[in-house]
Design a protein. Structure first.
Length: 531
């Protein structure tokens, strides 16, 4: 969108962190509350005009709430009036109760403000554009019923043309920290925006739970705050308490990927690391083979697949560059791990659930290599997660999807938690004592101590085609391919980078993607980033 001053930030602040950023900017004299609100409202109006194609004489409706989000709405209403539109403002609550900057802009608007009355709004005519400035980051409880009723009435009001809905900061009803929809059932369809203009930075709620389904397109508008991120660039370790957004621009991505994946000049295959993937019995080998291929494509110098003797023939028929070893028992594995050149281990994909897997996990963790535990390696500990947690260390990482996560951390699972997915992953990392990579459309990487990153497989980084069997197995392999030559204790960074390579490989294939396609897209991706 050309007319809005768009920028890209790595910070993904909570509502409290956003408040603190604003307060400190005001204290330092960088800007004022009124100036931020003026910029926010004007950005909204410009974006709404551009997205709707509306012009002089067209009808615009601005819905304003009882806080500062409403203040942005009054600024937008005045700006749309200035652009020649026929603007109507409708408010939730009595606008005379507004205080501070928002009150200033109610005065500047100076015209009639109708109450939010679904019946009156339903009589039409339906506007060409509507701005949702009812609730932003301050939403603290479910929205009143009148809000979805008003949206529904406006949508079905008689009118000639299409209606474009633009949300100020975040669609009203979405909790900014969690993405939960705090609204009566059925409200998601009526409250959805076509475009959301987030102010200063994207918030967790734009990426989590129902947030993405309601935001439409997401754009970030500058409101005059410093554009210096508080989280470090991806090329540096992340330790801060603001969630780091893993969505680099092209230049940052090239430098970052080179740091993780480009071989050292004069190196040899062992300096690139040796990955061992443990696999299951006959007929169960596909997942481990895909993980192994992904590890080799990503840049491990050697990859060995360890399987029971009766699975050797099957695997030998399917593998060339990937080596094969018989690993029947945990003792066999212990013997192999005497070779300290084995630098990264993958356990889980197709490994089978039960005591053989648990024994292998114990031996692997005791060997203190970069150890990636996924799928069956996680589910095997569902009955006794503490036994797993007691052995985990800073060179281990768990890569669950939400189902596997709930098996190990029942109180933090999607259906039971009363916190964001980000905070759930942080708690889990503290409890387990290792890095957690919690998958989904938004993938969270969290470390003990609180550092957390969010990879958005959404909006311009949409990776919905990754929702296919085996995609997670290839992610394990990519992670192993990076971890195999990463210095100790750098699994958080490896996990961020692996998630990004995985997503970009999937995006470069596009529709019809199946998991087998992912590893073989990596060479083109590396070349495109100048590796
Ligand atoms: N200086 C600032 O603070 C700036 C704030 N901005 C805007 O202000 C927003 C945050 O403003 P606020 O913190 O005032 O919060 P909101 O405007 O999002 O809403 C808070 C108000 O709604 C009430 N409320 C919350 N949930 C409710 C519910 N379910 N039913 C009824 N009332 C409810 C609260 O008691 C409070 O009065 C941001 O999202 C952004 O749009 C921007 O204008 C930029 C500058
Ligand atoms: N709707 C979605 N949008 C974006 N990415 C997704 C979506 N659904 C799943 N993914 C990604 O696809 C992968 C699926 O992994 P997983 O659930 O472990 O599958 P499997 O167990 O079949 O390998 C993860 O990396 C996840 O982040
Ligand atoms: K809003």
């Amino acid at each position: 969108m050309s007319s809005v001053e768009i920028h890209q930030m790595r910070d993904c602040p909570t509502s409290a962190q956003m408040g603190a950023i604003e307060t400190s900017a005001m204290k330092d004299g960088v800007t004022t509350g009124a100036e931020m609100m003026r910029r926010a409202g004007r950005a909204l109006a410009r974006a709404a005009l551009e997205a709707s194609g509306a012009g002089p004489g067209d009808r615009a409706l601005v819905l304003c709430g009882p806080g500062n989000n409403g203040g942005d709405g009054y600024v937008a209403a005045s700006a749309l009036r200035e652009a020649g539109l026929d603007v109507q403002v409708s408010a939730l609550g009595d606008p005379r109760n507004l205080r501070g900057d928002a009150a200033l802009f109610v005065e500047e608007w100076g015209e009639a403000i109708a109450p939010l009355d679904p019946e009156a709004l339903g009589q039409g005519p339906r506007p060409a554009l509507m701005i949702d400035a009812v609730f932003g980051t301050g939403l603290s409880r479910p929205v009143p019923d009148v809000l979805p009723k008003a949206f529904a009435a406006i949508r079905s009001a008689p009118g000639a043309g299409p209606l474009t809905i633009v949300a100020a900061d975040i669609p009203s009803g979405i909790q900014s920290d969690t993405g939960a929809l705090l609204a009566p059932g059925g409200a998601e369809e009526v409250l959805a925006a076509d475009l959301t203009i987030a102010f200063h930075a994207a918030k967790p709620g734009h990426f989590l739970e129902q947030g993405p389904a309601l935001c439409g397109t997401l754009e970030i508008a500058s409101i005059g705050l410093s554009q210096d991120d508080r989280t470090p660039p991806l090329t540096e370790p992340h330790e801060g308490d603001i969630t780091r957004l893993v969505a680099p621009g092209a230049a940052e991505a090239a430098k970052w990927l080179a740091g993780w994946a480009r071989p050292e000049p004069g190196g040899h295959k062992f300096s690139r690391g040796h990955v061992l993937v443990l696999g299951g019995g006959p007929g169960k080998g596909g997942a481990a083979r895909m993980a192994a291929r992904a590890a080799l494509r990503t840049g491990a110098g050697l990859v060995t697949l360890g399987v029971p003797a009766d699975a050797i023939t099957e695997n030998a028929a399917r593998l060339d560059a990937i080596m094969l070893s018989v690993v029947e028992t945990a003792d066999d594995l212990g013997g192999m791990l005497e070779d300290d050149r084995l630098s990264a281990l993958v356990l889980g994909p197709g490994l089978g659930i039960g005591e053989r897997t648990r024994a292998m996990v114990r031996v692997s963790l005791d060997a203190r290599r970069a150890t990636i535990l996924d799928a069956d390696a996680l589910t095997s500990f569902a009955d006794h997660p503490e036994e797993l947690f007691d052995r985990l260390h800073e060179d281990a990482i768990l890569t669950p999807h939400e189902g596997e996560f709930a098996r190990l951390f029942p109180d933090l699972g999607l259906k039971s938690r009363d916190m964001s997915k980000i905070d759930a992953a942080r708690r889990a990392a503290d409890r387990a004592g290792c890095v957690i990579l919690l998958k989904g459309a938004a993938t969270i990487v969290a470390s003990p101590g609180g550092a957390a990153s969010l990879h958005p497989g959404l909006y311009e980084r949409d990776t919905r085609w990754l929702a296919t069997a085996g995609a997670g197995d290839t992610l394990c392999g990519i992670l192993a391919g990076l971890a195999a030559h990463a210095p100790d204790g750098r699994l958080h960074g490896a996990a961020e980078c692996a998630t990004s390579i995985h997503a970009e490989a999937a995006r470069s294939f596009g529709p019809g993607l199946i998991a087998e396609d992912i590893p073989d897209r990596i060479p083109d991706l590396y070349r495109a980033h100048g590796l």
